[in-house]
Ligand binder design. Structure first.
Ligand code: ADP
Ligand code: DP6
Ligand code: CO
Length: 323
C-alpha cells in the first residue's frame, strides 16, 4: 500500500539564508513564512526491495535530486530502526509532482520535502507529531520545516536537532500575488548559494545579526496585527538577503532585470495608494504581499511582467487517503 501526502510551498517574509550546521540543517537565524494554497506537491511513497527510486514530475530525477531523496530516506529508516520497526530495512519508490515551478525560487524544496516527510513517515510506520515532522522535513530542506504548518509559521532556529522546528503564528490578513518571470531551474541551488555566501560574502555576519532583529520585529508586528509594518519589514529583509548574496565571490545574482521592474511597479502601487510590498526568494520570481481585497488590482498591475497567481494562506502538509 502506498502513502500519499500533499504539501504547499511557503514564502518567507523573514528569510532563511545560512546554516550553522550543514548536516542537521540548523539555520543561523530563525525565519517566518506564509504557506501557500496553490502550487502543491503530491508525493507517493511505496516500500519495496532493491534500490530507492525517485520520479519527479513524470521522469526519473537526476542523480543529485535522487541522492538527496535517498539521504533523506536514510534518516527515516534510522527513525524506523530506533522505533524497532521491521520497515527499517525497506527501500522506497518515491513519485512526486510539483504543481508549481521546480528549483526556480518558488520553494519547491519546501513543499517537496514536507510532502516527502509526511508520506515517508507514514509508509515506514512512524507516528510523528507535527513538531517532529517539521524537524524531519527540515533535514531535507530547511524551508520545508515551515510547510508543515497551516497559514503562517515561525521556524525557531534552535541550537540542536530537537530545538529547530517551525510552529504556527498569527499574522495580519493578507494575500500573495506571484509573478513568475522565469520558471526555469536556477543555476545555483539554494543549498550551494548559502555555502558560497557564508564562505565569501563580507556582509554575512551583518546579515545574521540583522535577521535576528528582523524576526523579533516581525513577531511584534504580527502581534500588533500591523499589515503595513509586516510588509515593510518583508521588503527590506528581501533586499538585504539579495545584497548579502550578491556580495559573494564570484558573484551570485538571483534577480533578473524584470524582477527589479516588478519591485519598481510595487513601489509605484504604493505611491498610488495601493498598499503592496514585494519579496523574492533565491530566484528571479517576485512575490507581492497585499491585503486580500487588493489582490485583483495588484495582479492587474503586474500582469505584463510574467505569469500571475494569487494565493491565500494554505494548509500544512498532510496525508491523503491511500490509493
Ligand atoms: P526552490 O527554490 O525550488 O526551493 P532549491 O534549490 O531550494 O529550489 O531546491 C531544488 C531542489 O529541491 C531540487 O533540485 C530537488 O532536489 C528538490 N526537490 C524539488 N521538488 C521536490 C520534490 N517534489 N520532492 C523531493 N525533492 C524535491
Ligand atoms: C531564499 O530551504 O531551499 O527561499 O535548506 O539548503 O534546502 P536548503 O535551502 P532552502 O532555502 C530557502 C531559501 C529562501 C528563503 C526562505 O525560504 O526562507
Ligand atoms: Co528551496
Amino acid at each position: 500500500m502506498a502513502s500519499i501526502a500533499r504539501a504547499h510551498p511557503n514564502i518567507a517574509l523573514v528569510k532563511y539564508w545560512g546554516k550553522a550546521d550543514d548536516d542537521l540543517i540548523i539555520p543561523v537565524a530563525g525565519s517566518m513564512s506564509m504557506t501557500l494554497d496553490k502550487f502543491a506537491t503530491t508525493t507517493t511513497v511505496e516500500l519495496t526491495t532493491g534500490l530507492d527510486s525517485f520520479e519527479l514530475n513524470g521522469t526519473l530525477a537526476d542523480a543529485k535530486a535522487t541522492q538527496r531523496t535517498t539521504v533523506f530516506l536514510d534518516l527515516v529508516r534510522r527513525l524506523a530502526a530506533d522505533a524497532g520497526l521491521e520497515t527499517a530495512t525497506a527501500s522506497a519508490n518515491v513519485t512526486s509532482v510539483n504543481e508549481g515551478p521546480t528549483a526556480a525560487g518558488m520553494a519547491s524544496s519546501a513543499s517537496g520535502f514536507a510532502a516527502l516527510a509526511v508520506a515517508a513517515a507514514d509508509a515506514y510506520g512512524l507516528k510523528l507529531s507535527t513538531k517532529d515532522l517539521s524537524r524531519l522535513a527540515r533535514r531535507g530542506s530547511g524551508s520545508a520545516s515551515r510547510s508543515l504548518i497551516d497559514r503562517f509559521a515561525v521556524w525557531h532556529a534552535g541550537t540542536s536537532d530537537e530545538t529547530s522546528f517551525a510552529e504556527a503564528i498569527d499574522a495580519p490578513e493578507m494575500a500573495m500575488v506571484s509573478v513568475t518571470v522565469d520558471a526555469k531551474a536556477k543555476k545555483v541551488s539554494s543549498r550551494e548559494g548559502m555555502v558560497a555566501t557564508r564562505d565569501t560574502s563580507p556582509y554575512y555576519q551583518a546579515w545574521i545579526d540583522v535577521t535576528h532583529k528582523t524576526l523579533d520585529e516581525m513577531i511584534a508586528a504580527c502581534a500588533d496585527d500591523d499589515f503595513a509594518r509586516v510588509g515593510q519589514i518583508t521588503e527590506t529583509h528581501a533586499h538585504r538577503m539579495h545584497a548579502v548574496i550578491q556580495a559573494t565571490e564570484p558573484p551570485i545574482r538571483y534577480l533578473a532585470p524584470v524582477s527589479w521592474q516588478v519591485f519598481d511597479e510595487v513601489a509605484a502601487m504604493r505611491d498610488d495608494g495601493l498598499e503592496a510590498y514585494a519579496t523574492a526568494d533565491a530566484g528571479p520570481n517576485v512575490v507581492i504581499i497585499c491585503r486580500p481585497d487588493d489582490a485583483t488590482a495588484v495582479a492587474k498591475r503586474v500582469a505584463g511582467f510574467g505569469a500571475i497567481e494569487t494565493f491565500a494562506p494554505g494548509p500544512g502538509a498532510h496525508l491523503l487517503d491511500a490509493a
